[in-house]
Design a protein around this ligand. Structure first.
Ligand code: 5GP
Ligand code: MG
Length: 470
């Protein structure tokens, strides 16, 4: 997973605006951040491992100023390890062309394209699928638009990407529309972003979402949207349903739907599908909160804050020593004993992936005095891995992949467990199933998945030390 942003606004502080947009997209990737700026045909870039404010300070932003256009990226690695050369934007030079590229998604034919590029004598310096896209664009003899279009015809899988040359920004979205990408307007200047929350923070308004297979060309003449490759889905797109369940921010709108309200509807439906007598409804914050509110409203059981989340614990935190890890303590959550003690508690969360956090939470809540713990999950069981950019692990690590709901409940140690049905989830989105990729829930993938991907995992191109960091 990742967040991307692009802006073409001569006369504005494009680096600073990109910085703020990345701040709004930080939830989409916390491993690295980067900004590339175009000024008079030249590109300047800065990127590093870490959170957006760790990578950029005032001095860094001033070094990227002035500029007429910029792109930005924050990364959550899915192909390639979390290493500096794999951070983005990736900058590539070739025969007078320089491009910077940021990518959200995951290609499924990286191995084939890497082999083909190697045969053509094109050197790749990193292990990420993103460099393959940058290389295809850079090697192309035509205009940037032609190069992007040609690359879109070759790459497969999920990609919502932004590319910058000395002057233009082009945003493009895969023909299945798996990852989101929106077009906005900032006082007459075009901007692109993974989510609408990034438009809000820079003061831009939503113009429209890019459709599957489209590219948007941002230049001094404004913005032009072109259907670069045909959309592959009958319903127009196969947007990742996990964006609705968990990934995107609740204040974002996707496919015309406000995600906070959609998640509340998931909770309401869950209450109707899986009612239980209890004293209090609590959420696993923050991602479970809208669904817990919906569950409480529909069931009439009061909602309370039962868990406090430490919001400074990111994905990159230092691993605790083994004793602390085994103790079942989570660094992220602490229960509020006054709310929990002696109560029959309904605990609402958006999803269970490996079950590791959830197991610890259940233990922690019983330790805090809960009489019963009824887990209610506002998505169906996750049974199959994602090859399109959500870091969901191999099938063997997914707790629900080979267990019944009762067996999962027993592993987690909960009094009861229920998941939202697939139909209930679908209805909560206000769209039909033909608008979504639901492969993690149904095992049915919208694109072909090559065998090397099924077995390989994201470190398959790593050698040496990086390969063992799993
Ligand atoms: P589990 O208990 O299965 O280990 O984790 C489930 C929890 O992780 C849920 O609270 C869910 O909101 C959260 N979650 C789901 N997907 C992701 C992800 O891709 N990254 C992170 N950091 N958390 C996730
Ligand atoms: Mg959560």
């Amino acid at each position: 997973m990742c967040g991307v942003f692009g802006i073409h606004a001569p006369g504005r502080d494009v680096a600073r605006l990109t910085y703020f947009a990345l701040y709004a997209l930080q939830h989409r990737g916390q491993e690295s951040a980067g900004i590339a700026v175009a000024n008079g045909g030249r590109i300047t870039a800065q990127k590093d491992l870490g959170l957006v404010p760790q990578v950029f300070d005032e001095t860094a932003l001033q070094a990227l100023t002035p500029g007429s256009a910029a792109i930005g990226h924050c990364r959550y690695a899915t192909t390639g390890a979390s290493r500096w050369p794999n951070s983005q934007p990736i900058v590539r030079h070739r025969k007078g062309r320089t491009v910077a590229l940021g990518h959200n998604g995951n290609l499924t034919n990286t191995a084939a394209l890497r082999a083909e590029l190697a045969e053509r004598g094109v050197r790749l310096e990193t292990t990420s699928d993103t460099e393959v896209i940058a290389a295809l664009i850079c090697e192309h003899p035509g205009t940037l638009e032609e190069a992007v279009q040609a690359a879109m015809e070759r790459i497969e899988g999920a990609f919502s990407a932004v590319v910058l040359d000395g002057e233009k920004v082009i945003g493009f979205r895969d023909p299945d529309g798996i990852r989101p990408l929106v077009l906005g307007d900032l006082d007459g200047s075009p901007v692109l972003a993974s989510e609408t929350c990034a438009l809000d923070i820079v003061g831009a308004t939503l113009v429209r979402e890019l459709e599957a297979g489209q590219m948007a060309i941002l230049s001094t003449t404004g913005v032009e949207v072109v259907q670069a490759v045909p959309a592959r889905q009958v319903g127009g797109a196969a947007l990742c349903i996990f964006e609705f369940i968990y990934f995107a921010r609740p204040d974002s709108r996707m496919d015309g739907i406000g995600l906070h309200a959609a998640r509340q509807r998931m909770g309401e439906r869950l209450a109707a599908e899986a009612p239980i007598e209890a004293d209090v409804v609590i959420a696993v914050p923050d991602s479970g909160t809208p669904a817990a509110q919906g569950y409480a409203r529909a069931s009439g059981i009061p909602f309370a804050d039962g868990l406090v989340k430490n919001r400074y614990v990111g994905r990159t935190f230092i691993q605790p020593e083994q004793g602390l890890r085994d103790s079942g303590i989570t660094l992220k959550f602490n229960p509020i004993r006054d709310v929990i003690e002696g109560q029959r508690v309904i605990v609402v969360d958006d999803s269970i992936v490996r079950g590791s956090t959830t197991t610890k939470l259940v233990r922690m809540l019983f330790t805090a005095g809960a009489k019963e713990i009824h887990l209610r999950i506002s998505s169906p069981p996750i049974v199959s891995p994602c090859f399109y950019g959500i870091d969901m692990a191999a099938t063997s690590e997914l707790i629900a992949a080979s267990r019944t709901v009762d067996e999962v409940a027993a592993v987690l140690g909960a009094t009861s467990l229920a998941y939202l049905s697939l139909d209930g989830l679908q209805a909560s989105t206000d769209h039909g199933a033909d608008r979504f990729c639901r492969a993690c829930l149904t095992r049915s993938y919208p694109t072909a998945i090559p065998a090397d991907l099924v077995d390989g995992g994201r470190f398959r191109f790593e050698t040496g030390a990086a390969a063992v960091r799993a």
